[in-house]
Design a protein around this ligand. Structure first.
Ligand code: PHE
Length: 448
């Protein structure tokens, strides 16, 4: 098994690069908009702190102690009579399912980067037409950009941990932060900023329903890249003396911070010209470009920078979605890296095309199941079922199955006695119970 090691900064950037993705810059703002702002943000922050962070530590620990692909790490760490735990390592495949639609969305972003250079839509109607034409009427164009996304991601992953994944994250992550901070600085000067601030940080509890709570829990997993072995696979390449607790904290903090900044930037622009925050998934593709048109040619620059940051965030997350299965194929089936990447990429490229066609007018019916587009089914299944299930397995494995002295020896010196106790309580009770609750709720088995 030939695992390369990240440098310490390289690991933090790679793990943060995985976490900071479309979930932060595209999904978090529109979910906040849809679920009424402040109260949703508070629930989200609460789940990140009390569930997400604990599971992040647990997932990193499995990788750092196991030092193999996801299946291998579970197998190595499982007690001798419970080697069936290796099957939990198959959560790595969740990443490939996510990639089917994730790379389609990255494709949309590439398309926007090209067309926005030529001008912004001046009315919402125009903006809607651009988005709808791309998504529902131009399968050829969408497939083209989806293919470009698959090729770029495949190329980086095929270069391996050091000269592919680490290198690209060390470039794109600082660039992404620079762009978002720059946009935030400008947003400060707008009147819309105060409105954005109160929208995001003054909770209006009447807007909070049980659906919002369940979605916040699900999203905290998606945004931290938990429950599918991305963090675990990266952690197998963690430098030897790395402090897991500290690293997990930095990654969780960066992810949350960037989501909040993206939200503030988008809402400041939107509120400056009185646009509504609850536009759903079209928020950044439809409302934002239209609003930016009010800034004249500066608006084009803002729009390009914004979509560039989205593209960077998307790419660095995408590589972490593909890497676990690539590592699995290399470790278990002796694939060469190139062959593993080619094999896996062709599969999600093909399913991605089906997902993309399921939104089109001509093919929609053919690629829908029970009236639901395959795109939505894939997204719902991963977000609401597979990632929480992965998180649940990780929490149970670390909380109950693995030799507890080992966990203690690793984490207590890092956390101190008291924090370690709190973490352990969270991983044994709070995390599994909330995850179970959330899954049952989403599957309609119980209602809160
Ligand atoms: N965290 C990424 C995002 O916010 C998505 C992701 C999920 C990446 C799971 C890897 C693993 O967009």
């Amino acid at each position: 098994m030939k695992i390369q090691r990240f440098s310490r900064v390289g690991f933090i950037m790679a793990a943060a690069g995985s976490a900071v993705g479309l979930g932060n810059i595209w999904k978090f703002p529109y979910m906040t908009g849809e679920y009424g702002g402040g109260a949703f943000v508070l629930v989200y922050l609460f789940t990140i702190a009390f569930i997400g962070f604990s599971v992040m530590v647990a997932e990193m620990l499995i990788g750092a102690l196991g030092r193999k692909d996801t299946v291998g790490s579970f197998e190595t760490l499982a007690p001798p009579n419970k080697k069936y735990w290796k099957y939990a390592g198959l959560i790595g495949f969740n990443g490939i399912i996510i990639m089917t639609f994730y790379s389609v969305v990255i494709g949309w972003i590439f398309y926007y980067l090209i067309i926005l250079m030529f001008g912004l839509p001046s009315t919402t109607e125009d903006a809607k037409t651009i988005f709808d034409t791309l998504v529902t009427q131009s399968p050829g164009v969408a497939i083209f950009y989806h293919t470009i996304a698959v090729i770029i991601v495949g190329y980086i992953v095929h270069k391996g941990i050091k000269s592919g994944i680490e290198k690209i994250n060390l470039i794109l992550m600082p660039a992404l932060m620079l762009i978002l901070f720059g946009l935030l600085l400008y947003a400060f000067s707008l009147d819309g900023f105060t409105k954005a601030w109160s929208f995001m940080f003054e909770p209006k509890w009447d807007k909070l329903n049980s659906e919002a709570i369940v979605r916040a829990v699900g999203h905290s997993f998606f945004t931290l890249s938990l429950g599918m072995g991305a963090i675990m696979t990266y952690a197998a390449s963690l430098p030897k003396d790395a402090n897991i607790t500290k690293t997990a904290f930095i990654v969780t903090f960066m992810d949350t911070f960037i989501a909040l900044i993206a939200g503030l930037v988008i809402f400041s622009f939107l509120f400056q010209f009185g646009a509504s925050p609850s536009q759903g998934p079209g928020l950044v593709f439809i409302s934002l470009p239209t609003i930016l048109d009010n800034f004249g040619s500066l608006g084009i620059i803002f729009a390009l920078l914004f979509f560039l940051s989205l593209a960077f965030a998307g790419i660095t997350s995408a590589i972490s979605l593909v890497e676990p299965v690539v590592q699995y194929l290399i470790d278990r089936f002796d694939f060469s890296r190139t062959k593993a990447v080619a094999f896996i990429s062709s599969i999600y490229w093909l399913v991605g095309i089906a997902a993309l066609l399921s939104y089109t007018k001509g093919w929609g019916d053919l690629f829908s199941i029970a009236g639901k587009p395959i795109f939505d089914i894939l997204e719902y299944t991963t977000d609401s079922i597979l990632l929480p299930l992965g998180g649940l397995l990780i929490a149970i494995f670390i909380g109950y199955e693995i030799h507890q002295d080992r966990v203690k020896a690793e984490l207590e010196p890092e956390m101190g006695e008291k924090v370690y106790k709190v973490w352990r309580f969270s991983i044994r009770y709070i995390a599994p119970i909330s995850l179970l609750f959330m899954m049952l709720n989403l599957m309609g088995i119980i209602k809160i």
